[in-house]
Design a protein around this ligand. Structure first.
Ligand SMILES: Nc1ncnc2c1ncn2[C@@H]1O[C@H](COP(=O)(O)OP(=O)(O)O)[C@@H](O)[C@H]1O
Ligand SMILES: [Mg+2]
Length: 342
């Protein structure tokens, strides 16, 4: 499959597209800026003459990575549906408004997060975590998981398809890692099987600081293309692995990241209140955290900020902990950081 046309990064082409499809007037001249960001999409900022700002996002068939990695660009339709539904599940203002979806060229337009804003990953790497941001990160996820569970009758069927989660998460993270670290294969295969069997709530699937913008002190969540109805513990493990990898990486902020990871879990847990699947959630979140800590060193998508030595140290720690995983997130944090102590 060729990459999608019109190529929205070509501004003359984009201008014609917006005019021809009636999204803007024939004589309007917006300002376009290509955004650097992910590897799987084109993203372009559009400033309209009336001052309104959009971000156009176009899913690519061929991901911009060294090895060939293909993914069905119709995932943009999933993202648009996710954006619509998340808007009523997440706290007010935490989700960008969808302006339009055009399935033909695999693109959507959403409102742009106003300037000034910062990417949360960059803030974390530069300054360590701020408790208020951690609190919002936990409440946002807890709120979505609890409300999506309450609306499971409709959301369960709307988000039943998990093919993007399989091809963009389970395969490149867990299954690919079983080939790289065969000793970890029994743990990872069991984790994959359990994940496939669980359908409890809406799972964002890419709940990473990189997909959070901070504007005016408020967190805004982006990038919903692997959203599906499944195992909420995946989101917890995926995000906890980000916080713990940064704790490992940033010696000076290690204690703050450790406290952030533990309070993230506690605030999330309070937010989901008494959903019935909360009972064994902590142990399942720990398992996904260990799986992701290893996968982000040995899977197809290693964390770019970890040095080769750090990746080895982190992979060894995660693998060792898979032999007897702790039951509690607080113990996971302590043991992991004890093991990677440089
Ligand atoms: N609505 C938006 N407002 C401002 N910036 C955005 C918006 N959507 C995306 N971006 C920018 O583009 C980057 C990539 O977008 P994202 O949806 O995460 O795509 P990808 O799937 O390629 O990672 C984001 O990290 C952010 O910097
Ligand atoms: Mg992204």
């Amino acid at each position: 499959m060729a990459d999608q046309l019109p190529d929205i990064e070509d501004h003359a082409v984009l201008l014609n597209y917006l005019r021809d499809t009636g999204r803007i007037a024939r004589n309007e001249i917006p300002t376009f800026t290509n955004l650097a960001g992910g590897v799987s999409n084109r993203t372009v900022h559009v400033r309209r003459e009336n001052g309104e700002c959009w971000v156009l996002k176009q899913a690519l068939h061929r991901l911009r990575v060294k090895v060939e990695w293909l993914s069905d660009p119709r995932r943009i339709e999933r993202e648009a549906l996710g954006m619509r539904r998340l808007a009523s599940l997440a706290p007010q203002g935490a989700i960008t408004r969808l302006i339009f979806l055009d399935p033909g060229p695999n693109l959507l337009a959403m409102e742009a997060v106003p300037q000034p804003h910062a990417n949360w990953k960059e803030l974390l790497l530069a300054n360590g975590p701020q408790p208020e941001h951690v609190r919002q990160f936990a409440q946002l996820l807890g709120c979505v998981h609890r409300r999506a569970y309450e609306n499971r009758d409709t959301l369960g069927s709307e988000f039943d398809d998990r093919s993007f989660f399989e091809s963009l998460r389970l395969e490149p993270y867990y299954l690919y890692t079983t080939d790289q670290v065969p000793e970890a294969a029994p743990f990872l295969r069991a984790l994959v099987e359990r994940t496939r069997a669980i359908r409890q709530t809406l799972v964002h699937g890419d709940y990473s600081p990189k997909n959070i913008l901070v504007h005016d002190g408020r967190l805004v969540l982006l990038d919903h293309e692997v959203i599906h109805f499944g195992d909420g513990a995946f989101d917890l493990g995926f995000s906890l692995a980000h916080l713990l990898s940064k704790a490992h990486h940033l010696h000076d902020h290690r204690a703050a990241f450790a406290a952030a990871a533990t309070s993230y879990w506690h605030i999330y847990r309070e937010t989901i209140a008494d959903v019935p699947w909360a009972t064994d959630l902590e142990a399942r979140a720990v398992a996904h955290t260990l799986g992701c800590l290893l996968a982000r060193c040995r899977g197809r998508s290693p964390l770019e900020y970890l040095s080769p030595e750090s990746r080895t140290r982190q992979a060894d720690a995660a693998f060792a902990m898979m032999q007897r995983p702790p039951d509690r997130v607080a113990d996971l944090v302590d043991e992991f950081l004890g093991r990677v102590q440089a």
